[in-house]
Each structure stands twice: as C-alpha cells, then as structure tokens.
Ligand binder design. Sequence first.
Ligand code: THU
Length: 139
Amino acid sequence: MTEQQIQDLITAALAARGTAYAPYSHYTVGAALLVENGDIYCGCNIENASYGATNCAERTAFFKAVSEGWRGFIAIAIAGGMEGHEPVDYAYPCGICRQVMQEFCEPDFRIYVVKNKEDYREYTLSELLPCGFGGTSIQ
Ligand code: THU
C-alpha cells in the first residue's frame, strides 16, 4: 500500500460514515474496501429495530463488492464514532466482520483502523484473526 492509497481509503471511510443508518446506537461507522483492480467500495452500518438484523459497515462494503463479482481484496479502512463527532477511538472490526474477511481475503489483507487522516493503525487480517476458521478447514 502506498501512502496515497492509504489516504484515499481513509478519506473514503470517513466520508462513508455520513450515510450510516444508526438511529438506535447513534454510533456511525464507515468502511472503505480496496478491490484488486483499484476500485473502492464503501459501506456504512445499517441498524434495525430488531437489533440482530443490523449490518456492520465492513460487511456492507464487502457484500456490495462481492455481489458485483469481486473476490480479490487488498485492504479496508474503518472509522467509527458517535454521530456528529469525529472518532475518538480506533474502530476495530467485530468478530463477525473478521470472519467475513477470512472468507474472502488472504492473511496479509490490510486493515486500517482510523481516528483521522493522521492518526490510524495498520494490521493484517492474520493479526486480528489468528488461527481463523476458513474454507480450507472443511475440504
Ligand atoms: N458496527 C460496525 O459497523 N462495525 C463493527 O465492526 C462493529 C459495530 C456497528 C453496528 C452497530 O450499528 C453499531 O456499530 C454499534 O454496535
């Protein structure tokens, strides 16, 4: 990842928070997923009165891209915080989203958790989901 690619992904994730539908938690999350061809798919969290039907920002981005035929992914940036406020903490992906990443990504897939354009951390999927369960486990 070049610094420009990282900055573009971070900018997209911060912007994607703007369309979050989070009337219950008021915690808005944006995610920006870099596809192997260089395209960026964005996602936001979409809550539901039946809380379990809520979809996280990361999975929204993945499912948009996968539903359009993409399978190879390079990196994702994630930004989350209370509605109307800049993030005060890094927004780490939940366990279900990490498992979805495991399904479609290599162990060196990059995950950027973002407070702002200057303040972010980089991880690999294997760091955030070590010893993960995947398709090869059931072949
Ligand atoms: N959320 C995400 O969008 N991504 C995560 O990885 C963790 C949680 C959302 C779901 C819900 O709308 C809100 O944050 C509070 O849990």
